[in-house]
Design a protein around this ligand. Sequence first.
Ligand SMILES: NC(=O)c1ccc[n+]([C@@H]2O[C@H](COP(=O)([O-])OP(=O)(O)OC[C@H]3O[C@@H](n4cnc5c(N)ncnc54)[C@H](O)[C@@H]3O)[C@@H](O)[C@H]2O)c1
Length: 312
Amino acid sequence: MARKKIGLIGAGNIGGELANLLQSKQLGDVVLFDIPAKESFAKGKALDLEQSSACSGADAKITGTSNWEDLAGSDVLIITAGIPRKPGQSRDDLVGVNLPIIQNVADNAKKHCPDAFVIVISNPLDAMVYEYKRRVGAPREKVVGMAGVLDSARFSLFLARETGASIKDVRAMVLGGHGDDMVPVLSYCTINGIPVKQLIPAEKLASLVDRTRKGGGEIVGLMGTSAYYAPAYSAVVMAEAYLLDQKRVLPAAAYLDGEYGYKDLYLGVPVVIGAGGVEKILDVELSAEETAMLKTSAESVQKVVDIVKAKA
Ligand SMILES: NC(=O)c1ccc[n+]([C@@H]2O[C@H](COP(=O)([O-])OP(=O)(O)OC[C@H]3O[C@@H](n4cnc5c(N)ncnc54)[C@H](O)[C@@H]3O)[C@@H](O)[C@H]2O)c1
């Protein structure tokens, strides 16, 4: 069987780490794509990573390009094309600059790799994945946004450190939009089945929720640009679930058509990812407080989507 082909649109910080992880996991041949002005950068990054295969023993190929034809036949596309945040910026501040970029990517992807399973990472995430799907006209199973896995990973780490438990035993679920009003669903957060509310005092838990909501901004403040190791790993978890038909239950930005009471909107919800892409959206019960938080988050997403719709 031929190796799978994975196209990475954007060869920047997340793109490079994605290529590194995909190669070490041997999930497929990787094509690292960037704009013509950065073609040699993409080629150089690909070559540097490929040279590490002599040490790792990885057989998969990594190539760099700025030619969309090289993406033809991709099984998976992971899109990081765009500008990341700088200190003081919100994700929503990026809509003006990243909208034409996602539109350009969507037009080319539609032409060159229409059958790929697409994971969008570019911010503002929920609006960018909405515009991608709208423009390509792809079924909702095939286009998903990465945010919930990362936000849940951040919350999981804080819960593990607070309780002293192994990160392996933490189950955290963060839903809603990828903004500062995201929704850590405490009723579904456990240390191996034990609700975290029983293990962490309410005030402390509230501070961990707050740190999670501002988790991306904390890193932007420290590094001057946005995070890339954990975002890349989070997207690889989703790509792996698709490529290996794992049927993972993951929080992800999915296109809602009535679920949770929302229509024609991408929002972070629990989904099942397997060989069929987003095979199922799990419309689970939320407490009254969680439902209200999800509403606030959905309203924030809708505002950015309205800007996108007005410009599209
Ligand atoms: N969803 C999330 O959870 C999450 C987390 C972190 C970062 N992000 C977002 O991901 C995006 C990428 O972040 P990064 O740190 O890798 O940024 P980066 O600047 O390091 O890389 C982005 C790359 O995209 C390229 N690019 C620009 N226009 C393009 C186009 N039309 N086609 C192909 N490539 C193009 C740029 O040349 C650059 O190399 C940002 O928008 C950032 O805000 C999202």
